[in-house]
Design a protein around this ligand. Sequence first.
Ligand code: SF4
Ligand code: SF4
Length: 464
Amino acid sequence: MAITSNAPAAEERVLSTLNLDGTRRLIRPKLSKGRFYRRRLVTAWALIGAFLLIPILKMGGRPLMLLDIPRREFTFFGTTFLPTDTFLLMLLLFGIFVGIFLLTALLGRVWCGWACPQSVYMEFLYRPLERWIEGGRARQLALDASGPDARRILKHVAFFAISALLANTFLAYFVGWHHLISWMSSSPAVHPAAFAVMLGTTLLMFLDFAWFREQTCIVACPYGRFQSVLLDRRSLIVGYDAGRGEPRAPWRRSEQRSAGDCIDCQICVSTCPTGIDIRDGLQMECIACTQCIDACDEVMDRIGLPRGLVRYTSQEQLASGPQRVLRPRLVVYSAILAVTFGALAFSLGEQESADVTLLRGLGAPFQVLPSGEISNQLRVKIANRSGADRSYSFEVATPAGLTMVAPENPLPVAAGDDQMTAAFINAPPSAFSSGELAIVLRVRDGVDFDRSFDYRLLGPSGGP
Ligand code: SF4
Ligand code: SF4
């Protein structure tokens, strides 16, 4: 059924997804199966396959990707960033941001059109299913006007099932595949919180792909808004060559053509998934999906004119012909990217299989024991990044003659986990000089970790 409103009509369209009276304008794009569509199809299914497989795959015995938010541990390509790796994580995020800047300055919104999960799922999973069940653009528009029937209900059931599958896969990135399987194979009453998250994610995905759709790109996605800052006049865009296309005029087979090459067939508009007219110039709503290129190329083929009236180009190329691709901002972004990832790779290469932190005990800095010895409490915190469960033993390497009392020595630490234990080190008062005694603490795991740490015990300052 058509959506109507009593609101006063605007003088011109504000958003491609709104009618003049402010009601939702449903976009039912016509599929254009050209050369770019075929390439995007292959890319999209490779990405969907990767999305489904990544939570299952392992690298070096660890998940390929796991974002364990409660434990603040993030694993990428088998490398785990622990909570103590804030600097490395910052380097990684900074590198990703600069990478996005570089990619956008060079290739415009290539991410949006070719790789963003919103576009990939919408155009290569949900929309093909919609066309299969409801029919093409004309049938869908007729359904919009007449109101839902059994086909539309069936489509929504299918959409919900796919959303549940994608939501479960999405959750596997945060909880791991094994957890997810055990949750799925047991009653929701056993894990109500996890079930609520799974259901909420499914509903969000369903609402996004069944109802909100292209509006995610147009009004919700911050990256789309970012474009005006990141794009420059030489960035790659999908553009209409107005110099060649204007003035537009309908095609007449017999007539000697004096107008421009655009025959105003509107096919590039009816194929656009965000509902815009590429001939109006570069617009924020354009996600560079290339559907209008494929549509117009097909029209040009049919009327015997060269392809490329709508094509990959840049604002500067459209205005003044060929241009240099290299420009200062690309060099600067590339240099920053190289330094950032170089520093990250170096830091990761320098990492050992465990992080050891020595902390003073809480409360008084030292105690005088009945025997006269000075006792210092020490807290030993060990993060195990070896990828296997390990036990760490620690001892005072120098000076000789000190005693250590530690309830948990060796200290077992599971792979990727961290543990802290207390130890008491007792020394004779005569060992202290000016209230301090320098010691070396040796920590070993019996496999490949063996390191010595300097530490200072505190004692009475009136010593020799
Ligand atoms: S204008 Fe063309 S490239 Fe941009 S979103 Fe529409 S169809 Fe895709
Ligand atoms: S498809 Fe090409 S010829 Fe047709 S309206 Fe669009 S730009 Fe003009």
